[in-house]
Structures are given as structure tokens and as C-alpha cells.
Design a protein around this ligand. Structure first.
Ligand SMILES: [Zn+2]
Length: 150
């Protein structure tokens, strides 16, 4: 079976203020809004993105602490066109996104962060500038607070 490898962007929406303990990074406080996380899945996009969109998992990466408490999650992949994750992070800032938590998800590179607060229209702007495709698996995830289903 052909394993699709590439990088991705997760857009996580929080309807109310969120506090997470992101492992070694410590406490992260997020105001309500949408946040974009950039990552790479060279082991396979399907496996990684279905994990990100699942609530039942062992919390391992910084982002895991957010995907289990967000109200909504959407995923886009840099595939078949490929941009390295740090290039996606640079583009996110160019699209008007603001760094959200210093050191988040970027232990292995020189970026300030791989988590950004997304302003209005900036997610769509990043998706089109980076040529991202919607993740063909399950797109949305809702919590029990009843964020409306698409
Ligand atoms: Zn980076």
C-alpha cells in the first residue's frame, strides 16, 4: 500500500479559554479562537492525522494536549505538493498569524514556534498559498459541548 508522506496543518478551534499542560513546555493558556499547528508526518499522513483527530491516545507531543480539548479540528496536508514544516510555519506568519506559544512543537528546529493564533481568513490564506489539500479522512471533531455539526 502506498504510504502518503508529507507535512500538514491542523486548525484547532477553542470556543472558550483553554489551559493545557504541554509536557516539558509547561502550562499553555489559549484565548478562544482558532490556532494553526504545523507538523510533519514522514511516517505517513493518514496514520498521523487520524491520530491527531482522535480523542483517545497517550499524550506524547505538545499538540496532543490541545487536540483532546479543542472544540473543533480540521486538517490539511501538504501533499502531493510538499513544503517542509518550517516553511509552513514561515508562511503562517506571512499570512498574518501570530506565534501562540514559544517553543511549541519545534524542539527539533530553529523556529520560535509551530503553533499560531489564526486571524480572520488567515487559515484560508495559508491553505491557498501553501497549496494544501484537505485531509481525506475525518475532517471535524466535536466535543460534548455541542459545537454544531457540519
Ligand atoms: Zn520549525
Amino acid at each position: 500500500m502506498n504510504v502518503r508522506r508529507g507535512t500538514y496543518v491542523l486548525a484547532l478551534t477553542f470556543c472558550s479559554p483553554a489551559d493545557a499542560e504541554a509536557g516539558a513546555l509547561g502550562p499553555v493558556h489559549l484565548e478562544p479562537g482558532t490556532y494553526c499547528y504545523v507538523g510533519s508526518a514522514m511516517g505517513g499522513l493518514d496514520q498521523r492525522l487520524s491520530r491527531h483527530l482522535s480523542r483517545t491516545k497517550t499524550l506524547h507531543w505538545h499538540i496532543d494536549h490541545l487536540t483532546v480539548i479543542c472544540d473543533r479540528a480540521e486538517a490539511w496536508e501538504s501533499y502531493p505538493r510538499f513544503l517542509p514544516e518550517c516553511e509552513l510555519a514561515r508562511l503562517a506568519e506571512e499570512c498574518g498569524m501570530a506565534p501562540a506559544a514559544e517553543g511549541f512543537g519545534c524542539s527539533d528546529c530553529r523556529c520560535r514556534t509551530h503553533l499560531f493564533r489564526a486571524g480572520e481568513d488567515s487559515v484560508q490564506s495559508l491553505v491557498s498559498r501553501a497549496g494544501l489539500s484537505p485531509y481525506p479522512g475525518r475532517q471535524l471533531l466535536f466535543n460534548k459541548r455541542g459545537y454544531p455539526r457540519a
